[in-house]
Design a protein around this ligand. Structure first.
Ligand SMILES: Nc1nc2c(ncn2[C@@H]2O[C@H](COP(=O)(O)OP(=O)(O)OP(=O)(O)O)[C@@H](O)[C@H]2O)c(=O)[nH]1
Ligand SMILES: [Mg+2]
Length: 335
């Protein structure tokens, strides 16, 4: 059984279950369920920002920093499918190689999947395994573009949004809706001109957007069946850290800001609220995937037995009727 091996810290068993889960192998579900009671301790940190913002370099330095404070670190790198960053995966591998011999570090890359929700589902599975293995920190690197990736960032305990000077990148980030999920800002490439301007801009918009992430959890979202009704506590300003990742500048301070945020949400109860939303999202993703697969196979069956596509085109039936029929077959009316 992979579960016992994983709980005993077997890296190869962990990688194997991650692969099975990513392939949607039916055997993975029971094993993830068996690991679940052993999870809930890891501090899950999302690192997001535009392509090339320096996320991988920051993650690499954060890994070093957290290791030096005695903590173990799991990394989930979501390979951007963007053509602009095609070479990034190889670069990341080389950069990360220095951690390869360290059993306190586990790095897993995930490819962008076709189906909506597939990527966040795969990410959650990897996080479950890493958490069960006892990794103290789990860092998730993603460009944060698209619903799936925003969901991943949203579901971290702490979201670090990486901005860089110039090119109006900060505006792009705002458009992508990432600003409101930020718990910590890192203004990276601070060796370049314009870092102060980005910081000034962030400070201005902060006054409007502060605690949006918190509010969202109180208010509830589409994906949150468990909104909390009481008024949000007054939240601290979102810290803004200046970093020059390749020179290891500002990294200790960034790591500290991440730790402080973790401590503060643990104390305020926001940690638990975030967990509720995160776990509800996993249920959603599982249901979406299973339902979609089930409907597809039943639709294929209809095609085989009654040539449904031809009947649709010739208007003998309608998409509305077919959908109703499939629903009724999956959920027979109770008597
Ligand atoms: N000048 C400067 N360059 C940096 C800094 N941080 C990262 N870089 C460089 O920026 C480039 C991109 O860095 P990555 O860490 O790969 O950026 P990324 O955000 O992970 O990129 P993708 O994963 O492709 O989206 C690399 O050449 C880094 O060396 C910084 O603080 N200052
Ligand atoms: Mg990267």
């Amino acid at each position: 059984m992979l579960v016992e091996k994983i709980l005993a810290g077997d890296i190869r068993a962990a990688a194997r279950l991650m692969r099975l889960a990513d392939d949607r192998d039916p055997s993975a579900r029971a094993q993830l369920a068996a690991l679940f009671p052993h999870t809930g301790r890891a501090h899950i940190v999302g690192i997001t920002g535009n392509p090339g913002a320096g996320k991988s370099t920051l993650v690499d330095m954060l890994v070093k920093r957290f290791r030096s404070t005695g903590r173990t670190v799991g990394v989930v790198a979501i390979d951007p499918s963007s053509p602009f960053t095609g070479g990034a995966i190889l670069g990341d591998r080389i950069r990360m190689q220095r951690h390869a011999a360290d059993p306190g570090v586990f790095i897993r890359s995930l490819a962008t999947r076709g189906h909506l929700g597939g990527l966040s589902r795969s990410t959650s599975d990897v996080v479950t395994v890493l958490d069960a293995m006892g990794f103290d920190m789990v860092l998730i690197e993603t460009v944060g573009v698209g619903q799936d990736e925003v969901d991943i960032v949203r579901n971290a305990h702490t979201s670090v949004v990486v901005l860089v000077p110039g090119l109006g990148d900060e505006i792009q980030i705002m458009k992508a809706g990432l600003l409101e999920v930020a718990d910590v800002f890192a203004v990276n490439k601070a060796d370049r001109p314009g870092a102060e301007r980005v910081i000034a801009e962030l400070e201005t918009i902060q006054q409007i957007t502060v605690s949006q992430a918190e509010l969202r959890h109180h208010r509830g979202t589409d994906n949150n069946p468990w909104p909390v009704q009481q008024a949000p506590e007054t939240t601290a300003r979102i810290p803004i850290l200046k970093t020059v990742a390749p020179r290891n500048e500002g990294i200790a301070e960034l790591a500290e800001a991440i730790d402080r945020h973790g401590d503060s949400i643990r104390q305020s109860g926001a940690w638990e609220r975030r967990e509720r939303v995160r776990l509800a999202d996993i249920i959603h993703a599982l249901l979406r995937e299973r339902m979609a697969a089930e409907f597809e196979s039943r639709l294929a069956e209809l095609e085989r037995t009654s040539g449904i596509s031809r009947r649709l085109v010739s208007r003998k039936t309608s998409p509305y009727d077919v959908a109703e029929k499939l629903l009724a077959s999956l959920f027979p009316p109770s008597v």
